[in-house]
Design a protein around this ligand. Structure first.
Ligand SMILES: [Zn+2]
Length: 422
């Protein structure tokens, strides 16, 4: 911490010198240097009350949020990147905490509050969506939580969203948040999270799923909320979240389907088609099966071993369900043609080299040679006098199958594709 603050100080001094303010800034506090530095990174800062030994600088013993309220009544419009103004403020209030206003700073902040179960909610969001924690600029807050900060040009026109999940707020527009160098009433100090300081990472754009949190609410709050009805545009995601939370609570099979249908007919305005509800329920259930990770460990006795079902063939004697097969050979011997022939035969339900196949949907990952692949597929269709339809899809980018995030991305894509075609 000491190291960070002294390097912050020297960097801030450089900025002040460059602005010709080094003399005006004499006696500037550590918090003042932090404020100058934050402003140089584009944060529109404004002084907040400080807190020393648990006592708020507003000196009210009854202060409801020590170190967490503004010094200035017009803080929303006063927030600035003007170093001269910032120096004046922190010379007047050396211990003032450093707040930034989201809108003018053009940022969106995911605020995780540890005390209200924010981390549990955050883990649930990441797990449910199969996404990795963003690697953007991140503050470890004094209260054990975090601020994930994203570059968001539309922040000014967005609004703060409280409790999008228990313990998670989204800060945008006219809402403020404390920056590193600020003190928390507990005595801890706000600091850049390890490896997530401005010198180490970029201010990233929010991923799509973070933006969705801005507009989407948790199923539970929507169902019990005051609006009562689930309107067009949010029916699918709400029903999906509702079905998922029921599934997580152990609701399965017909009961899950019935609950989703009941919610659809009672609350969705207008209700979704029956088939859409079915596919939502299906995607909730397959999500569980399809979510990657280690399968549960199961012990099987010698006797039970004989009762295990034989693997179902996709291509008789050659390729089986739920199994991994590998084809290898020297280069230029025709592996790609052989693999395409096999894949296309399964998709079309044609026998492959005399072996019968079980017709099904095929995903062909084209990690190389995309350019000439259409010619290969056309040649296959011509030779077999068969047009390939929607039962085969081609992925034209490589996938790292040993990376959880990539596999999850692939699963989401496949499930989405299946939903569209069903
Ligand atoms: Zn106070």
């Amino acid at each position: 911490m000491k190291k960070t603050s002294s390097s912050a100080e020297s960097k801030a001094l450089e900025l002040l010198r460059a602005a010709g303010l080094e003399h005006d800034a004499e006696g500037l506090s550590a918090k003042g240097f932090h404020a100058v530095l934050h402003a140089s990174q584009g944060f529109h800062v404004v002084p907040w009350h400080g807190v020393t030994n648990g006592m708020c600088s507003c000196r009210k013993s009854s202060c409801a949020s020590p170190g967490k309220h503004p010094q200035l009544r017009e803080w929303q419009t006063a927030a600035t990147t003007d170093i001269g103004q910032i120096v004046d403020w922190w010379l007047e209030w050396p211990d003032a905490n450093i707040a930034a206003v989201a809108g003018p700073s053009e940022v969106l902040v995911v605020d995780i509050d540890d005390r209200n179960g924010g981390w549990d909610s955050w883990d649930a969001v990441l797990n449910n969506l199969g996404v990795a924690e963003p690697t953007t600029l991140t503050t470890a807050t004094g209260g054990g939580g975090a601020h994930f900060i994203f570059r968001y040009e539309q922040s000014s026109s967005a609004k703060k969203r409280q409790a999008v999940r228990p313990g998670i707020d989204l800060l945008a527009g006219a809402s403020a948040f404390l920056l590193p160098g600020s003190d928390h009433w507990s005595g801890k100090r706000y600091a850049w999270d390890e490896g997530r300081a401005p010198s180490e990472v970029a201010l990233e754009k929010p991923p799509e799923w973070v933006l969705e949190l801005l507009t989407d609410t948790d199923a539970t709050s929507k169902v019990t909320g005051t609006t009562g009805k689930i309107m067009e545009g949010s029916r699918n995601s709400t029903l999906f979240a509702y079905a998922r939370s029921l599934h997580e609570a152990g609701c399965r099979g017909d009961r899950l389907g019935a609950a989703a249908r009941a919610m659809n007919s009672k609350l969705c305005d207008p209700p979704l088609a029956e088939s859409e509800v079915l596919s939502i329920v299906r995607s909730v259930t397959t999500r569980e099966v399809g979510s990657i990770g280690r399968p549960p460990l199961v012990l099987v006795s010698r006797k039970e071993l004989g009762k295990l079902p034989a693997p179902a063939p996709l291509v008789d004697d050659v390729l089986f369900e739920h199994s991994l097969s590998m084809m290898w050979g020297d280069s230029n011997v025709g592996k790609t043609f052989l693999a395409l022939d096999l894949a296309a035969s399964v998709a079309a339900g044609l026998p492959w080299l005399g072996h019968s196949t079980t017709q099904g949907s095929v995903l062909y990952v084209l990690a190389e040679g995309q350019g000439s692949f259409n010619a290969r597929v056309s040649a296959w269709e011509h030779l077999n006098e068969t047009k390939l339809g929607s039962d085969i899809s081609f992925l034209t980018t490589a996938v790292q199958l040993h990376e959880a995030a990539s596999v999850n991305e692939l699963l989401t894509l496949v499930q989405g594709n299946r939903r569209r075609s069903s």
